[in-house]
Design a protein around this ligand. Structure first.
Ligand code: KG4
Length: 338
C-alpha cells in the first residue's frame, strides 16, 4: 500500500484527493457548476480555463488537509478519459509534471471505473456484478466478473441519460444541471403526457435518450406555438417515468441474462431519488442486492480516482510520461494506453 495523490478534471469539477492504505486523507473539489449554469450546460473552453486556474489551488488545499508534502506521495493518479479533451489535458499535465519532478509512477484511471469503485467507500465490491453507470456523458451496463474486469453489455446508442435530463430541463426553463430540479418537481407532478417509449419492442440491452429528448422539446414548442404552456411538474414526472423506467427495464433484463445477484449504481444520475427508490424496489423482487453510492461520491470527485489508483498501484499498472488523454476511452480497454 502507498500514499497516492489523485486528480480528476474530466468535466466541470477540478478535484484532488489523497489516499493512503485505503483511507481517504483529503478530498477537495472545486466545482464550476455555477459558471456553466449561466449557459445552460458545460462550455468546454471555459471548463479547461477554470481547471488551469484552479488546479494548483485545489492541489495545495489537499496537501494541507492531509498534512502531506509532495515528497510523501508514492504515485500520481489522474483521470485519462473519457471526458472533455481540454479539461482532461489540464489534469494530465499536472499529474505528469509531478510524476516527472518527483520521479514517481503515473497512474492513468478510467473515469467510469472511478464512479463504479466510489461504492467501495461504502463496502467492498463482490463479483460477479452489474454496474449501471449513468452520468452526464455515459449510460452503460458494465458486467464485472472479477475485480477491475469490465465488459460493456449494453449502452446508449445516442445521448447519455444525464445529458437528456439537462436538455429537457433547459426547454422547461429549469436551471443546470437539470437532473436535480426535474427530480424535485417530478414529485409534485402527475404522469399526464404520453411520451413515446424509446427502442420499443426491441430485444436489446441498449438504451436511447435522444428521441425522448427531442419529443419533449417538440412537444413544448408545439404547445408554445398554440399559445399554451406546458405543466412543468407534470412533464417532469412524465419524462422521468420514461427515462428511469427504461433504465430499470433494461437492468432487469441484464440481471436475468447474466444471472447476477448484485448491482451497483454509479455516476451523477445515480443521485436521482426516483431511480434509487425504484431500482431497490424492482431488484428486491428478483432478490438482487443493490449498492448505491452516497450522494457525496455520485458526482465527479478525485476520491473515486484514488480508489481505483490503489488497485492499479498494487498491480503495477503505470503509464509512460508520453501518454496522452483519451476523451473516448473504452472502459473494457483500460489497460491499453496507446
Ligand atoms: O457524473 P456526473 O457528475 O458528471 C459526468 O461525469 O457526466 O453527472 C452529471 C449529471 C448531470 O447530467 C446531472 O443533471 C445529473 O448528473 N444529475 C441528476 C441528478 N443529479 C445530478 N440526474 C437526475 N437526477 C438527479 N437527482
Amino acid at each position: 500500500m502507498a500514499t497516492i495523490l489523485a486528480i480528476e478534471s474530466s468535466c466541470d469539477e477540478t478535484a484532488v484527493a489523497i489516499v493512503e492504505n485505503g483511507k481517504l486523507l483529503a478530498d477537495v473539489i472545486s466545482s464550476q457548476v455555477e459558471v456553466h449554469a449561466k449557459y445552460g450546460g458545460v462550455m468546454p473552453e471555459i471548463a479547461s480555463r477554470l481547471h488551469a486556474e484552479n488546479i494548483t489551488i485545489v492541489l495545495q488545499e489537499a496537501l494541507i488537509k492531509s498534512n502531506k508534502k509532495l515528497e510523501d506521495i508514492d504515485a500520481f493518479a489522474v483521470t485519462r478519459g473519457p471526458g472533455l479533451i481540454g479539461a482532461l489535458h489540464v489534469g494530465m499535465q499536472a499529474a505528469k509534471t509531478l510524476a516527472m519532478l518527483y520521479q514517481k509512477p503515473l497512474i492513468p484511471v478510467h473515469h467510469l471505473a472511478g464512479h463504479i469503485y466510489a461504492n467501495e467507500y461504502i463496502e467492498k465490491l463482490t463479483y460477479p456484478l452489474l454496474a449501471v453507470v449513468v452520468s452526464g456523458g455515459n449510460s452503460e451496463f458494465v458486467l464485472m466478473k472479477e475485480e477491475m474486469s469490465f465488459e460493456v453489455v449494453g449502452q446508449t446508442r445516442d445521448d447519455a441519460i444525464g445529458e437528456c435530463y439537462d436538455k429537457v430541463a433547459r426547454v422547461l426553463g429549469l436551471p443546470y444541471p437539470g437532473g436535480v430540479p426535474i427530480d424535485r418537481l417530478a414529485k409534485e407532478g402527475h404522469h399526464t403526457y404520453n411520451l413515446p417509449i424509446p427502442l420499443k419492442g426491441e430485444d436489446t440491452l441498449d438504451l436511447s435518450y435522444s428521441g425522448l429528448k427531442t419529443n419533449v422539446i417538440n412537444f413544448v414548442h408545439n404547445l408554445e406555438q398554440k399559445g399554451e404552456k406546458v405543466n412543468v411538474a407534470d412533464m417532469c414526472k412524465s419524462f422521468q417515468d420514461v427515462a428511469v423506467g427504461e433504465l430499470i427495464k433494461r437492468t432487469i433484463k441484464a440481471v436475468k441474462k447474466y444471472s447476477v445477484k448484485k448491482i451497483v449504481l454509479a455516476g451523477g444520475v445515480s443521485a436521482n431519488s426516483y431511480l434509487r427508490e425504484q431500482m431497490k424496489l424492482e431488484m428486491s423482487k428478483l432478490n438482487v442486492d443493490v449498492l448505491i453510492p452516497p450522494l457525496w461520491c455520485c458526482t465527479d470527485n478525485a476520491a473515486m480516482i484514488g480508489k481505483v489508483a490503489e488497485k492499479l498501484y498494487d498491480k503495477k499498472v503505470f503509464a509512460p510520461l508520453n501518454i496522452g488523454v483519451d476523451p473516448n476511452w473504452e472502459i473494457s480497454n483500460y489497460l491499453h494506453f496507446e
